[in-house]
Design a protein around this ligand. Structure first.
Ligand code: UDX
Length: 450
């Protein structure tokens, strides 16, 4: 099928390149000319495992192209995936101006009727508005548009895996023909009938993903409901961690046992610095606002948000308690990305931490395997080091802020010997407290026996 993708952020790039990978002809566009230039030079504007190889292969065989000419891109597809950003407004509502702009562009540039698919995360009833907007903006022309919602569940760092091997594919549709067209697009994934770039020679024999057909409103709600539930789980684990600290229990032991009950599930119960990134915080906020406008006070989510906001303050308290005065202290930060395997630092907890540490006069040095360039643009005064050992050298404390697996495997005795004061504040409960204590580190973490 011929597909256009509007918006080349991580969702658009992963969606476009994976659609090409499973056999479609895809043309992507973005109003950021420099992004398109970067892509056309064969480079990626983001770090996402496996994406590089998929994009270059798809371009080579001529199934994937990037253009800044929106009209060319829109003309190239029978189906258009809208993947533009919906950042939070001051009010917490999602800013839908980019979607509105794309609707106008599609309506005025299209020479033939098309299916328009919302991939961007949007509040419920956006599909209805989109339909009205497309009809209004194309008034007087012969073209018409169908609209569908197809929320993405792509986690940064594992987005390619999530696209090609999803837990479920959700489509919100009004007409049977739209359902059929989307089923056709996803057929290779639904039947696992593509050359998988992740598993050679064969994918593991897991169950095939269900294709869930709903109304457009339900599909839009599913996305917010799903992300907000994840946020609830994380905040619950963090509240448990605080309680464990007060009562002398161990949060890892507690959440492990809680998670073994399949009704609870083991994932997203990791206590620590809390959730960040461009999706969870903004989706929770937008969901609260959406409920408010529908006349409901979603207090449950507000509490989850509040617990999350307090994580940094709790970590700062731990740092002050351990170091007494922060001013003039040499603090090493390991991890800047909002989670491992990405270079994304948007709404990243470590960045807020750095802001507060610098505010208190601490001397901050940092290392992250992927996210240093993006952080340097925001905090140029931080000293960025080439490896974790240089960050630890002479430091009064080492703060672990992102659970990159390589941090767990560091030569900790070497680090101990090189620090001015061998102290670790583990914001992600990555290390084993007993092992760290056996190495004579002063070790602090969240909700575990220290
Ligand atoms: C999220 C959703 O998971 C994905 O389905 C959606 O489509 C996009 O938003 P992502 O933003 O990539 O994905 O991050 P996610 O893996 O959900 O993690 C979000 C944050 O929660 C990270 O900061 C992570 O460190 C934190 N987290 C996660 C915890 O603090 N504890 C946990 O147990 C799990």
């Amino acid at each position: 099928m011929r597909i256009s993708v509007v918006g080349c952020g991580y969702v658009g790039l992963v969606t476009g390149s994976c659609l090409a990978e499973i056999g479609h002809e895809v043309m992507c566009t973005d109003n950021d000319e420099s992004k398109i230039q970067t892509l056309n030079k064969g480079k990626l504007p983001i770090y996402e495992p496996h994406l590089d190889a998929i994009v270059s292969r798809a371009r080579q065989v001529g199934r994937l192209a990037f253009t800044s000419n929106a009209s060319e891109a829109i003309g190239a597809g029978d189906v258009i995936f809208i993947c533009v950003g919906t950042p939070p407004l001051e009010t917490g509502d999602a800013d839908l101006s980019a979607i509105d702009g794309v609707a106008r562009m599609i309506a005025t540039e299209s020479q033939s009727s098309k299916l328009v698919v919302e991939k961007s995360t949007v509040p419920v009833q956006t599909g209805q508005q989109l339909k009205r907007a497309l009809a209004a903006y194309s008034h007087g022309t012969k073209v018409s548009f169908r609209v569908a919602s197809n929320p993405e569940f792509l986690r940064e760092g594992t987005a390619v895996q999530d696209f090609l091997h999803p837990d479920r594919i959700v489509v919100g549709v009004d007409e049977v023909s739209t359902e059929q067209q989307l089923r056709e697009i996803y057929k290779p994934v639904l039947e696992r009938n593509f050359n998988c770039p992740l598993h050679a020679p064969k994918c593991p024999p897991t169950v095939l993903p269900p294709f869930i057909v709903t109304t457009i409103n339900s599909a839009e709600l599913i996305k917010h409901a799903s992300n907000s539930f994840l946020a609830l789980k994380i905040s619950y684990a963090n509240a448990l961690a605080d309680l464990c600290e007060r009562l002398g229990a161990d949060v890892e032991e507690v959440t492990r046992a809680v998670g073994l009950d399949p009704r609870n599930g083991p994932n997203f119960l990791r206590a620590g610095l809390g959730f960040g990134g461009f999706c969870l915080p903004k989706d929770v906020q937008a969901f609260i606002r959406l409920a408010e406008r529908a006349g409901m006070d979603f207090g449950l989510l507000k509490e989850a948000e509040q617990i999350n906001r307090e994580r940094i303050a709790r970590f700062m308290d731990k740092a002050r308690h351990a170091l007494w005065v922060l001013k003039g202290k040499q603090i090493g930060i390991l991890g800047l990305a909002f989670k491992p395997h990405t270079d994304d630092v948007r709404f990243s907890p470590p960045l807020e931490l750095i802001r507060q540490l610098l505010g208190e006069g601490a001397l901050v040095s940092a290392y992250d395997p992927q996210a240093m360039e993006k952080t340097r643009a925001i905090y140029p005064t931080v000293r960025y080091e080439a490896d974790p050992y240089s960050v630890a050298f002479g430091a009064d404390a080492l703060l672990i802020c992102t659970e990159w697996p390589e941090f767990a495997a560091l030569d900790w005795p070497r680090i101990h010997a090189s620090m001015a004061r061998p102290m670790i504040l583990d914001g992600r409960n990555l290390l084993d407290p007993a092992a760290m204590k056996a190495l004579a580190f002063e070790y602090h973490c969240f909700g575990r026996n220290e």
